[in-house]
Design a protein around this ligand. Structure first.
Ligand SMILES: Nc1ncnc2c1ncn2[C@@H]1O[C@H](COP(=O)(O)OP(=O)(O)OP(=O)(O)O)[C@@H](O)[C@H]1O
Length: 233
């Protein structure tokens, strides 16, 4: 379980997170919602170690991970699919997938079959360069690359951003599969309300660096009007 308590984060003098407390359980999708610039990406960066928290605690399965580097967190089973995907454009699809081997012990360096079952297009394009893929295919590659790490916690930052509807469906199915078949804890940043509602077991809404609302999937339906208000510019 991921347990975040009273997390604060600064960029210089500017405070981007103001005391966030949040948990994410294995076998559940926890969705983080909110408008542009409210701190969602900052929260994800703090979880995976790309930006230091200035206060508060991040526990992963009982261990405090605040001071660990991103690779040390990856070794503990935390994988990140960042906004913008960060595919290596000049490397092939195969090389992009194998780039994730670095965090694994030698004996378990294998691309899981599930990557190609969920995203068959990657198998067809194994020898193509990452930069030649469409945005949706790159997003599938980024999720596939995270799966290679065999994570227990998968952090996804706006995987539907700029992606066509048919691929959004594939990505939604893949995220559910990772929750249900592998029992991963998934933390999903999303601005696309219907996608978030379809997937979320729990949700949290951020506004200006603060957590303003949270609850279960049942609460999403019960509070749809208020929730949509937090997402409208
Ligand atoms: N590297 C940075 N340096 C300074 N300020 C930053 C930096 N990154 C983000 N910020 C600021 O921190 C605040 C939170 O940004 P963040 O990217 O976490 O929001 P977000 O909710 O993820 O937005 P988006 O949906 O646009 O990605 C914003 O005011 C933003 O301008």
């Amino acid at each position: 379980m991921l347990e975040i308590t009273d997390l604060t984060l600064h960029y210089g003098a500017a405070q981007a997170l103001k005391g966030i407390s949040l948990t994410a359980q294995e076998g559940q999708i926890t969705t983080v919602l909110g408008r542009n610039g409210v701190g969602k990406t900052s929260l994800m960066r703090a979880i995976v170690g790309r930006h230091p928290a200035s206060g508060g605690k991040i526990l992963w399965n009982g261990e405090e991970i605040n001071k660990l580097s991103p690779p040390e967190r990856a070794k503990r089973g935390i994988a990140y699919v960042p906004q913008g995907r960060e595919i290596f454009p000049l490397l092939t699809v195969r090389e992009n997938l194998e780039a994730a081997f670095a965090t694994l012990p030698r004996g378990s360096r294998k691309v899981p079959d599930a990557v190609f079952e969920l995203f068959p297009v990657l198998l067809q394009m194994m020898n193509r360069r990452g930069g030649d893929l469409s945005g949706g295919q790159q997003q599938q590659l980024a999720i596939g690359r995270a799966m290679v790490m065999q994570p227990r916690l998968l952090v996804l930052d706006e995987p539907t951003e700029g992606i066509q509807p048919s691929i959004i469906k594939d990505i939604g199915r893949a995220i559910e599969y990772l929750r249900d078949q592998f029992g991963m804890a998934v933390v999903l940043v999303e601005q696309y309300f219907d996608f978030a509602r379809a997937l979320a077991d729990r949700f949290a809404v951020l506004d200006r660096g603060e957590l303003v609302m949270s609850g279960t999937s049942a609460d999403i339906d019960a509070n749809e009007v208020e929730l949509r208000r937090w997402l409208t510019v």
